[in-house]
Design a protein around this ligand. Structure first.
Ligand code: ZN
Length: 77
């Protein structure tokens, strides 16, 4: 069995429809989908933005980094 078995996870932004992809290993992804561990534990080497893509992939709701800023009340002008 190859050690670097990976797949591409894609989430589409619920606001601007931008598609974001991140390449992850199959085994931690399977554990995440089964809710055996949190995204922070399984994908601790990814950036917060990349983890958001994985979370959005599972939940079906995703906001890209740009739209996060748009909806962040701290950033309002
Ligand atoms: Zn967006």
């Amino acid at each position: 069995m190859p050690m670097n078995d990976t797949c591409i996870v894609q989430a589409v932004c619920s606001d601007c429809r931008a598609a974001c992809e991140v390449t992850v290993e199959n085994i931690p992804l399977a554990k995440f989908m089964l809710r055996e561990q949190t995204v922070q534990v399984l994908f601790h080497d990814l950036t917060p933005e990349e983890r958001d893509v994985i979370l959005g992939f599972r939940s079906g709701y995703y906001l890209c980094a740009e739209c996060w800023e748009k909806f962040d009340p701290e950033e309002e002008e």
